[in-house]
Design a protein around this ligand. Structure first.
Ligand code: ADP
Ligand code: MG
Length: 397
């Protein structure tokens, strides 16, 4: 099934919405001693459990979520994703570290301020959120506004707007029991959107949906993000979903972030053997871009080959080169940055091309590459599931 992901509004700044530094969450007896103790804090998870009875679900994690980006947290089951996202609004109390939203210290917030944070600024979309079974779709969506004390007519008007936005027009008067799983998920999404939050937090919202509906919902998220440019933090254990949605991805293992980067950086320049194994089966040509694959133009390069953008995927360039029978020029605002011919493109497919650290930094800084996402015709599907490809962990499902 082919579909196009049209160009999204790139985040215009690197200004952080959430800023997280040295964050720990330890479950178990006397958790505070773990981050503070250099000996305990460096123990492997099994040793830590044996010595102290504690589980470090989040270990010394630092990252910024930039305004307007989709920030994906990916990892196998049990790697600490849910704990991390719940710490952001203190649904779970962190053990150590700092969290700021728009520069404001989240750990210093009192109850009232926290309520305000969760209701207005960072709304959560859960996998199993409790829709109220006796209420209509419209009233479920209006629920968040009701809690905020918004008047009835205003909240119904706003609810009707977002119900239409998520494609549920005509179903306003149904009850959750009269909806399919995918439609219920849309109600949950609409409910979070209704309060017009600065950030949407998703904790594996689509995991329970069957594959086609899941893909629909992913497209819905891409579309909403494109239309609104709202900042999103999206948790998933699914590599395909992460690569499709993420401007940047933080890959977690045993509570740590083992790599943080654009999909292209993660696939093209894995930080260690674990990440390399994880992304081994991703079709590289659907993630890597011409900016990475190109070589400098030579004097004898024909000037009449097809033009491709630096953000075009290698898969797209292959098609252009094959059709034209000539190397493609990588063009950016009328400038020729380089050339991709059969050789460069094949090198990417064969996995010979790696993103050099310099290229990775460059990609991160270049404004047009800031969203970090090639516009691909098809989402890359790993040839095996990430669970198969990744080293096994006991918690992996
Ligand atoms: N309330 C809790 N008490 C003890 N351990 C917990 C608790 N919540 C999560 N954990 C443990 O923390 C680790 C991370 O869990 P979680 O954040 O749910 O991972 P994920 O969302 O990636 O599947 C797991 O080992 C889990 O068993
Ligand atoms: Mg989870």
């Amino acid at each position: 099934m082919a579909f196009t992901v049209p160009t999204r509004k790139p985040p215009t700044t690197t200004e952080p919405v959430f800023s997280v530094s040295g964050l720990w969450k330890v479950f178990g007896p006397k958790p505070e001693r773990i981050p503070a103790d250099p000996e305990l804090s460096t123990l492997e998870p099994a040793d830590l459990r044996a010595r102290t009875g504690c589980t470090a679900a989040v270990r010394d994690v630092s990252f910024d979520v930039r305004k307007g980006e989709v920030f994906v947290v990916m990892g196998l089951s049990g790697s600490g994703k849910s704990t991390l996202v719940r710490c952001l609004t203190r649904l779970i109390e962190p053990t150590a570290g700092t969290i700021a939203i728009d520069g404001e210290d989240v750990r210093a917030m009192d109850k009232g301020r926290l309520r305000e944070l969760r209701r207005h600024r960072a709304a959560m979309v859960f996998q199993h959120f409790g829709l109220l079974p006796h209420r209509t779709v419209l009233d479920n969506v209006a629920y968040g506004l009701e809690i905020q004390g918004v008047g009835k007519s205003e909240r119904r008007e706003r609810a009707a707007e977002v119900v239409a936005k998520v494609g549920l027009e005509g179903m306003e008067q149904r009850r959750p029991g009269q909806l399919s799983g995918g439609q219920r998920q849309r109600v949950g999404l609409a409910r979070a959107l209704a309060v017009d939050p600065e950030v949407l937090l998703f904790d594996e919202p689509f995991s329970a949906l069957d594959p086609l509906i899941r893909r629909d919902m992913q497209d819905e998220v891409v579309r909403l993000h494109r239309e609104e440019g709202r900042t999103m933090v999206f948790i998933t254990h699914d590599l395909t979903e992460a690569l499709k949605l993420g401007d940047r991805i933080a890959l977690m293992r045993d509570g740590r972030v083992v790599q943080l980067g654009t999909p292209e950086e993660i696939v093209g320049s894995p930080a260690d053997d674990y990440v390399r194994e994880f992304v081994r089966d991703v079709p590289r040509e659907q993630v890597m871009t011409c900016r990475t694959a190109m070589r400098p133009a030579a004097a004898d390069d024909t000037a009449n080959g097809p033009a491709v953008s630096p953000q075009a995927t290698v898969a797209e360039a292959i098609e252009a080169v094959a059709r034209a029978g000539a190397p493609a020029r990588v063009m950016d605002e009328g400038r020729c940055l380089g050339v991709v011919d059969h050789e460069q493109l094949l090198d990417v497919v064969a996995g010979v091309t790696t993103l050099t650290p310099a290229a990775a930094v460059d990609a991160d800084d270049a404004p047009e590459a800031a969203p970090g996402k090639p516009r691909r015709a098809n989402p890359p599907a790993p040839r095996t599931s990430p669970e198969d490809a990744a080293p096994t962990t006991p918690e992996a499902v």
